[in-house]
Design a protein around this ligand. Structure first.
Ligand code: AMP
Length: 287
């Protein structure tokens, strides 16, 4: 007899339920891949999910807009929330579990904040311009890791500094989880995909392309200038286009220290700029 099995995505809101299901699967020697997100899913998220599906037996995606990582109340309020659309997309991607917790599930009354000194990682770029952001990221990712207990967790290189922070946090707390960094997915014209792009109008989308063009410019001219000169040229290019630049940094990929006079292999150019009132970040390995 021919049987037809339809495997449906399981939607879970309760931490304990999810942990129980995962523990059962792990007892059956299934490998667990985890993709944490804040929703408003796009091809960038899908690329992480596709890689997680290729490399694991079971894939869990979480959707949680974490208030503790927003240092700007307006940004948190305006963060896009399209849960029904996301759920459909994840069903089509054949994700096994989607975890959509409430704030009180993630931060119950007896919740204890993790303490970790992120050192220099928290002092530069995103850390400097978004005080408290990375402690919020550590808080939520550590909590989610505790609930899901995955073997592998997938993060986008789009948030380059975040990947460095998560790796440090995983090492510090000795979590048996492999952190996998996935490439940046861009629009055809080069704009790094982001949930915040939804808030850009057409002319802002064109203007935002300068960020990608500046990164390409930096890559093309890496042999002609020292890092500090190239950084200044990039800053000017962005400012001239009308973007409000927060920072342009050319950094050592391991320490995130600013490169000044000498190049280092794998140097990354990182940009944060406001396009209208939407804050965008992007980066590229330029050396
Ligand atoms: P978010 O929902 O913005 O918190 O992002 C969830 C994950 O998707 C993070 O690990 C991001 O780095 C990753 N991500 C977001 N945009 C992209 C992109 N354009 N390409 C690759 N990964 C991305």
């Amino acid at each position: 007899m021919l049987s037809l099995y339809i495997i449906l995505m399981i939607k879970i809101q309760n931490c304990h339920n999810l942990t129980q299901q995962i523990e059962l699967l792990k007892s059956q020697a299934k490998s667990i891949g985890f993709v944490p997100t804040m929703g408003a899913l796009h091809e960038g998220h899908i690329s992480l999910i596709t890689q997680a599906k290729d490399e694991n037996d079971v894939v869990v995606v979480s959707i949680f807009v974490n208030p503790t990582q927003f240092n700007n109340a307006e940004d948190l309020k305006k963060y896009p929330r399209v849960i029904e659309q996301d759920t459909k997309l994840l069903t089509n991607c054949k994700v096994d579990f989607v975890f959509i917790p409430s704030e009180s599930e993630i931060y119950p009354q007896d919740y204890v904040r993790p303490t970790i000194d992120l050192g220099a990682l928290d002092q530069v770029m995103e850390g400097k311009f978004r005080p408290g952001h990375f402690m919020g990221v550590v808080e939520v990712v550590k909590r989610l890791f505790g609930i899901v207990q995955p073997h592998n967790a997938y993060f986008g290189q789009k948030d380059f500094q975040q990947v460095a922070v998560i790796k440090k946090m995983t090492e510090f707390f000795q979590l048996p989880i492999q952190i996998i960094a996935c490439p940046i997915i861009r629009s055809e014209k080069g704009l790094a995909l982001s949930s915040r792009n939804m808030r850009l109008n057409d002319s802002e989308k064109e203007q935002a392309l300068t960020i990608f063009q500046t990164l390409q410019f930096a890559k093309q001219h890496v042999k002609e200038h020292d890092p500090q000169t190239l950084q200044a040229m990039c800053f000017e290019k962005l400012t001239k286009s009308g973007l409000q630049v927060e920072y342009v940094e050319i950094v050592n990929p391991k320490t995130l220290n600013t490169l000044k006079n000498t190049w280092r292999n794998g140097a990354v150019c990182c940009i944060a700029a406001f396009c209208g009132n939407v804050r965008l970040i992007d980066n590229m390995v330029i050396n």
